[in-house]
Design a protein around this ligand. Structure first.
Ligand code: AMP
Ligand code: MG
Length: 404
């Protein structure tokens, strides 16, 4: 058995980003940038008015009320060829270029117009309501960097930078194969001794949620020929993931059968709970993760191992999550030599403390407590027993962050 840390570093070592592709900007949301992006235009490209009102020379409105002569009308998208002279103003609208000679905007609400004259009742110091050229950014500024997952805000910024397309990494393709004679897809006809597969769809959802593309290869029964045949269908993907069949039982065929068919195992068995029998290697030149079959093991190991692997393939930098802790609401036992990930709920005590309560039953077959969990409590190997109130490291599932 190797440690979680060693397993993770050996699993990540051979993985690098998939090739980039050129994509229309609106389709780039959620993708990872494969290039540094420099602005192709200064923004704003010229000084503009931030308000509807009058462009003036600040010195002309030092004393108010002041009456100015209107010499131009400048809507957004238009310009004024001339120059404001002493005692002159230009009617101007939000986003319109500031005319030469003007250096301040008096807002409409502070004026009274009659014909080609405007009375200014409130002065405006130089620069008031003027957005200077380059206020936001200048041409050539590098504002988005390779390795960034693009948000709707980034798409807006790239558009403002005058980039209609970007180079982004294509989505990593992850083949998923479940195993077991007892496994039937939800909704399919089911025999008396069979169970419904949660792993295949859960894994597909996990892969999608992490920005990659799942390729569902199907389910291989516990038969060597069938397993060989179905596994061989996983071709041309960036990562091959199996679930089940990697443990020590006679019906756990993945390691033995596929080893005779192009699988080179790097490691098997990790000091982790749930998920000890996890395997990593290369199957026909594709990196391959053999996840354990128990549904909770599959998903916890996905969080610990598959997610970082997808990030590597996707061109993202390794995540350095801020260490998070919570106070135990109940005592926990001494741990053995496997790093334990306890399914747990989070709550706030009346004084605002983040409190965590692991579920009493930590059976790796039970989806209901996993789905009801907010986090995992991490118990390092040989961690001592802890009383209620002790601080423990947690991995939060993150809740519903706003997708902006
Ligand atoms: P295995 O690793 O194949 O021995 O599977 C361990 C346990 O996980 C067994 O109880 C299996 O029935 C169960 N299991 C395996 N694959 C799945 C799956 N796709 N969905 C739900 N449970 C599974
Ligand atoms: Mg099995």
């Amino acid at each position: 058995m190797i440690s979680v840390e060693e397993a993770l570093s050996r699993l990540l070592a051979p993985l690098g980003p998939v090739p980039p592709e050129q994509l229309g900007l609106a389709d780039c949301v959620g993708r990872v940038l494969a290039e540094d992006v420099a602005a192709r235009r200064t923004q704003p490209p010229f000084a503009v008015s931030a308000m509807d009102g009058y462009a003036v020379r600040a010195e002309d409105v030092e004393r108010v009320p002041a009456t100015l002569r209107i010499v131009a009308e400048i809507p957004a998208g238009a310009g004024f060829g001339g120059r404001l002279g002493q005692g002159e103003a230009a009617r101007i609208f939000t986003g319109a270029p500031l005319p030469d000679g003007a250096d301040a905007i008096v807002i409409q609400e502070d004026t009274e117009r009659s014909g080609d004259r405007v009375e200014v009742r409130e002065g405006a110091p130089r620069g008031r309501y003027v957005r200077r050229a380059g206020l936001d950014f200048a041409e050539g500024d590098v504002l988005l960097h390779a390795g960034k997952r693009l948000t709707p805000r980034d798409i807006g910024l790239a558009a403002a930078m005058n980039r209609p397309w970007l180079f982004v990494y294509r989505r990593p393709r992850v083949a998923i194969l479940s195993t077991g004679d007892e496994i039937v897809m939800p909704g399919d006809p089911i025999g008396p001794h069979q169970i419904v597969s949660s792993n295949l769809l859960a894994l597909a959802a996990f892969v999608t949620a992490n920005g990659a593309e799942p390729v569902m290869v199907g389910n291989a029964p516990d038969d060597p020929d069938a397993l060989r045949h179905i596994a061989a269908a996983a071709r041309g993907v960036d990562l091959f993931v199996t679930t089940g069949g990697v443990s020590v039982g006679e019906h756990d065929l993945v390691r033995g059968v596929l080893s005779e068919d192009g699988l080179a195992i790097d490691f098997w068995e990790i000091a982790i709970r749930p998920g000890k029998p996890l395997m990593f290697g290369h199957y026909r030149n594709m990196p391959m993760i053999g996840l354990p079959g128990n549904p909770v093991s599959t998903l916890v190991c996905s969080l610990i191992f598959l997610r970082p692997a997808i990030r590597r393939l996707a061109g993202l930098p390794d995540a350095v999550p801020a260490p998070m802790t919570a106070r135990l609401g109940v005592p926990v036992k001494q741990n053995d030599r496997r790093q334990d990930y306890l399914r747990a709920r989070l709550s706030r005590t009346p004084d605002g403390t983040l409190e965590v309560a692991p579920f009493e039953v930590q059976d790796s077959s039970m989806m209901r407590p996993l789905a009801a969990s907010d986090c995992l409590v991490v118990r390092p190997p040989h961690a001592p027993p802890l009383p209620a109130g002790a601080e423990v490291p947690i991995i939060s599932f993150g809740g519903d962050a706003l997708p902006l």
